[in-house]
Design a protein around this ligand. Structure first.
Ligand SMILES: [Fe+2]
Length: 201
């Protein structure tokens, strides 16, 4: 089984917590989702990944491998799942979502390119989807940059450098219940695989 996009193999998330889901209101707009008691906020995850990425001593404990990604699992705040990940030049995740978890990531070294969609996609009930013009977003996160994302975020992350490793810190809440992997051809996104924690071991 291939590793999950963001967290290759190794320790599977220990929790089977159900992801919070937004539900459509009668007017069709997303209804606010009450936070679970004790759950971290997006801002807390963002602060955590920023703080951890700035901890040079901790980041330096990540072994780097020119042939593939490496990782260390961390305890994130309030029961969240967190990782330090090393990205050799040219590696990336492919398009994926986070199974309803929200999260944040920060670049601790090098640079990462993130392509994402500024549109909320239906999570189930489709195999291919043609994206409208104008939904693509791209950003580059260099050392010290960070971003939070919501529970419906779809993106791909790459280290486009041909010579420099990138290192990043990620946090998710709830711990990832599943991830959907997509291929993309032009404007067409195709669901390829739904991965669950037991497949990541
Ligand atoms: Fe991701």
């Amino acid at each position: 089984m291939s590793p999950s996009p963001d967290i290759p193999a190794s320790a599977a998330p220990a929790s089977t917590a159900v992801a919070p889901r937004a539900v459509a209101s009668p007017a069709g707009s997303p209804a606010p989702v009450p936070a679970a008691p004790g759950a971290p906020t997006q801002a807390e995850l963002l602060a955590f990944v920023r703080r951890t990425a700035a901890d040079a001593e901790l980041v330096s404990t990540l072994p780097l491998d020119p042939e593939g990604r490496t990782w260390i699992r961390l305890e994130g705040p309030a029961g969240s799942e967190a990782w330090i990940i090393g990205w050799p030049p040219g590696t990336g995740t492919g398009w994926h979502d986070h199974g309803g978890s929200f999260g944040a990531f920060a670049t601790a070294g090098g640079a990462l390119q993130e392509d994402s969609l500024a549109a909320r996609l239906p999570t189930e009930g489709w195999k291919t989807l043609e994206l409208a013009e104008g939904v693509d977003r791209a950003r580059k996160l260099t050392k010290g940059d960070a971003r939070a994302f919501g529970s419906h975020h779809v993106h791909e992350v790459r280290n486009e450098s041909d010579s420099e490793h990138a290192v990043s810190v990620h946090a998710y809440y709830p711990p990832l219940p599943l991830m959907r992997r997509y291929s993309r051809t032009g404007a067409v996104l195709r669901l390829e695989q739904v991965e669950r924690p037991q497949e990541w071991q």
